[in-house]
Design a protein around this ligand. Structure first.
Ligand SMILES: Nc1ncnc2c1ncn2[C@@H]1O[C@H](COP(=O)(O)OP(=O)(O)O)[C@@H](O)[C@H]1O
Ligand SMILES: [Mg+2]
Length: 465
């Protein structure tokens, strides 16, 4: 992101007048990644008027703002994370928009006006879709589309705001607005586009998107519009429902394995693949070992299991030493049941290809062994089974097997044959979960700890790659 404030029509004096409001509002957002550290300042990256703010009606401001926080050094010279904000501006806020209020501006060009979360204003949310329907540049922003999009689709904000914000239009399209902005092509656009061009129907194909700094190294994907899979349910909820009803889930797990394999096969055909030989595989194992060390420092309860867990990583390094190699390709990178949707027709779709949002984009876009995604789903079945009382370990075991069988049938590669690497990725994931749960949801800590005990007790895998 360029640090020269690009003020496409929006006044330069804007940010200082908004700072007191943002100080209060921004750190409380669900998607604000820098929680727990004080905010020391804001720097404007770009400000664009998508609708003029100096008229009687509502105005719409698009801001990219870098948030300065001590101890946050990101890429380049500029410290702090960059966030995308869409702010509505009105003289007075109608009562139905009261929950959207960010605050009243005290001074500067917007003095006296109400500033609010624009996505909650149907008029402004519709305007964003209008911009996507008519592609082209607006200041530093560039809007693109691949097909024509109907007008007059009523917007609604998706309730379950997660690490981003989503708007659904007429139950026909969903616009994901990225909140924490990283320079470079976002895999959540790049991979679904590649998959749709390859004819893979497992992923809703992007129909429009917008970006900043198009074609520049500091350019970034800001939002993606794709078909909304109306009436679909996410895999996590379906799994919990099945557990609650005492229902078998192996048929669904098998079909999900097939769907994952189809996505992997299409990604391998569409984008570069590499072979991980000794040095790279050893690097993977060393990085996992280091994460285990750091996790053990943070959560001493891991201590007794360290030798068993480390053995899982050493097995990969030893196989590599003996000449073992693994395929690596572009993968989902953050696959779990919550990233899958089953349509009313019974088909599985895979969504949210952003990868692990805490990792740098260059790392997320690197080819990786597809068993990493498989490990993510396997851990997810475990989580689902544990969140049900009494714990139904057999249910998870059956799902895991069915999922791997489905994957093997559709891809010709049984992930269980890459036993050492699969175990290493499952272990690495469980170690990550232990740290996450200890920090954020101590009640859930027993779930990954049960996996840790199981994984640490496993005998070293056979010398199969
Ligand atoms: N194409 C879609 N059709 C229907 N619902 C969707 C679609 N894409 C996303 N969703 C819903 O929006 C939620 C959040 O989307 P996701 O891409 O996972 O965003 P986040 O990065 O915030 O996790 C999903 O869990 C799902 O419920
Ligand atoms: Mg998601």
């Amino acid at each position: 992101m360029s640090e020269t404030a690009s003020t496409a029509r929006a006044p330069v004096a804007l940010l200082p007048s908004l700072v007191p409001l943002l100080h209060e509002w921004l750190p409380r957002r669900r998607w604000f990644a820098g929680k727990g550290r004080p905010v020391t300042g804001f720097a404007l990256v770009s400000a664009t008027e998508l609708l003029p703010v100096d008229t009687a009606g509502p105005g719409l401001l698009h801001l990219l703002v870098r948030v300065q926080q001590p101890g946050l050094a990101t890429s380049g010279a500029a410290p702090g994370d960059c966030y995308q904000l869409l702010l509505g501006v009105r003289e007075t806020l109608p009562p139905q928009l009261a929950p959207a209020l960010i605050g009243h501006v005290a001074e500067g060009p917007l003095a006296g006006r109400a500033v609010y979360e624009a996505l909650m204003d149907p008029r402004l949310a519709s305007l964003i879709l209008e911009r996507l329907r008519t592609p082209g540049p607006i200041g530093p922003l560039q809007f693109h589309r691949t097909v024509s999009i109907p007008d007059g689709l009523a917007p609604r904000v998706l309730d379950a705001e997660q690490s981003n914000s989503s708007l659904v239009y007429g139950d026909a399209y969903i616009l994901k607005i990225f909140r924490r902005i990283h320079s470079g092509a976002n895999p959540d656009l790049e991979l679904p586009l590649a998959l749709s061009r390859a004819g893979c129907a497992r992923v809703p194909a992007p129909v429009a998107w917008y970006e900043s700094g198009a074609g520049r190294p500091d350019g970034a994907t800001l939002g993606v519009l794709q078909p909304y899979l109306r009436g679909s349910q996410d895999g996590w909820q379906l799994a919990l429902d099945a557990l609650a009803a005492g229902r078998d889930f192996t048929k669904e797990a098998h079909a999900l394995g097939r769907a994952t394999a189809e996505v992997h096969t299409a990604l391998a055909a569409a984008l570069p693949t590499v072979t991980l030989a000794r040095a790279q595989a050893q690097n993977v194992a060393v990085a996992m070992s280091r994460r285990l060390d750091a996790a053990t420092q943070a959560v001493p309860a891991l201590m007794p299991y360290v030798p068993g867990l480390r053995a899982a990583f050493e097995a990969v390094a030893e196989l590599a030493e003996d000449g073992g190699t693994w395929r690596a390709q572009r993968i989902h990178g953050d696959l779990h049941l919550g990233q899958t949707l089953r349509t009313p027709g019974g088909d599985w779709a895979v969504i949210d290809f952003e990868g692990e949002p805490t990792k740098p984009l260059t790392e997320r876009r690197r080819p990786q062994p597809p068993v990493r995604d498989v490990a993510g789903i396997l851990r997810s079945f475990d989580y689902a089974a544990h969140s049900h009382r009494p714990w139904n370990a057999d249910w998870a075991e059956r799902c895991r097997d069915a999922y791997c069988s489905g994957y093997a049938e559709a891809s010709g590669h049984d992930p269980r044959a890459e036993r050492a690497l699969l175990r290493a990725y499952e272990t690495d994931k469980a170690v990550y979960e232990v740290v996450y749960e200890a920090r954020h949801r101590p009640d859930w800590l027993p779930v990954p700890m049960a996996a840790i005990r199981r994984l640490a007790a496993q005998p070293s895998p056979d010398p199969l790659t």
